[in-house]
Design a binder for this molecule. Sequence first.
Ligand SMILES: *[C@@H]1O[C@H](CO)[C@@H](O)[C@H](O)[C@H]1NC(C)=O
Ligand SMILES: *[C@@H]1O[C@H](CO)[C@@H](O)[C@H](O)[C@H]1NC(C)=O
Ligand SMILES: *[C@@H]1O[C@H](CO)[C@@H](O)[C@H](O)[C@H]1NC(C)=O
Ligand SMILES: *[C@@H]1O[C@H](CO)[C@@H](O)[C@H](O)[C@H]1NC(C)=O
Length: 465
Amino acid sequence: MKTTLAALILCLVVLMASAFPFERKGASPSSAAAKEKHVQYAARDDVNILAHGLLQLGQNLKEHVDKTKGQMRDIFTKLKAFNRTTAELGKESQRQQVEGESLRAQARDLEDREGQLLNVTAELREKVEEMQQERRTMTERMSRLEERVDGMLQGPSSRNSSDARSIQLMLDSQNRRIDDLVERIRLQQEKLDKQNVRIRTLQSQIQQPGLRPSPRGSSSSGSTEGSAHSDAEEQRDSPLEMATDCHELFLRGETTSGVYPIQPTDSEPFDVFCEMTADGGWTVIQRRQDGSVDFDQLWQAYEKGFGSLNGEFWLGLENIHAIAKDGSYTLNIKFSDWGDDSASVCFPFELGGRETNYSLLIQEPGTTDALESSLTTDSALALPFSTRDQDNDRKGDINCAKHLSGGWWFSNCGRSNLNGRYFQSPPPKQRHQRKQAIFWKTWRGRYYPLKSSIMMIAPAAINKS
Ligand SMILES: *[C@@H]1O[C@H](CO)[C@@H](O)[C@H](O)[C@H]1NC(C)=O
Ligand SMILES: *[C@@H]1O[C@H](CO)[C@@H](O)[C@H](O)[C@H]1NC(C)=O
Ligand SMILES: *[C@@H]1O[C@H](CO)[C@@H](O)[C@H](O)[C@H]1NC(C)=O
Ligand SMILES: *[C@@H]1O[C@H](CO)[C@@H](O)[C@H](O)[C@H]1NC(C)=O
């Protein structure tokens, strides 16, 4: 554009110079007067033409400028669009980079897990070999012993008292070794079971990262079971006998909390809610969380159980006894207050059958103000269960179950009742109402209605892991 303007100006100057040639030369005044007039006219024409040309040039120039402006606008728009595309491309490539990294991380994770699996398998094989070696040694020793006994029986001449004593000693020590070995094999078996679970978990993680087997759905129809189950899970379901409790389910590879059927020894099968943790499977026997179920029930209901396994429920004294009667079991209770603080107690317990009115025996932990002491039994005497229609408490003149509401192992009405009435927050102001609430004296005191509680049981061995 500048060059055009420069060219135009140059052109103008040339035209001006040629339009007034005589004036500048200053010719003789007398003879040239007429001629001068003519020249002046001619010059005026020239100026007109020139002006006209100028006008046109100016217009052309304006058009040119307008056109150029338009072109520049176009170019600018295109540039902007290009800029946008570039920015988008940049973002896209960044995103791809992030995705690529996460994929790589996943791959690394999988490799790690595979490594763990291999390690666990190797460990297992070693253990098994160790055990076989041990068995071989034992067999050798046994056969040597047998030889000696045979020799002794056959040769009456060699039968003397020192021989007999030494054989007696050997037998004793052998017996001890056998007991020891049996115990070690049992421990080893437990470990193997646990490792088996780990292997299964790892395998399922490798096969389908992110996907985990789910327990039976909350619907009680049970007809949909199996459709979504993987091969591994079918294998798990196929053992001839049903598991006797949640911990056995855990050892068989179930790691998801939920409702499962179990069948304790000498009992009918029934459904339970299993709380699966990293260490094992807890069978839940009681849950309070929202007041949706009335716990002010009679003896028969407390014996059979009531409520919904996915919500609030009491599993039933008969079922609890069926699960825990065979071995040493641990009772674990967790409760929370309205500030969402929580606490838990854990103790070994024994629960008698119907003939003892489901007497509970929990040994005193030592100090009487311990958190646990709200349920421990004062003496070696077990505490029978009480309901409003079957008063077995230790308080002569008062029926604690009726007075406080709900069924519980009441002694003097005052230490705990996790089956009391459920009060939303804020609780009633009157003490005579509040005392019927769910309470645990050694945690939040006698008159604090708790927000939730869960009671669950598992073989005592679960805590040794
Ligand atoms: C293009 O982007 C750069 C930096 O992102 C910016 O400086 C420039 O002004 C942009 N150009 C247009 C035409 O938007
Ligand atoms: C497997 O075991 C070896 C040695 O026992 C150890 O160095 C390695 O870190 C282990 N790998 C995993 C994934 O645990
Ligand atoms: C019993 O056997 C031991 C060695 O086996 C021998 O030293 C000892 O003399 C024997 N005693 C009798 C009473 O024969
Ligand atoms: C069980 O409870 C019933 C009713 O309260 C009572 O009659 C019976 O004596 C109790 N049995 C035992 C063993 O405590």
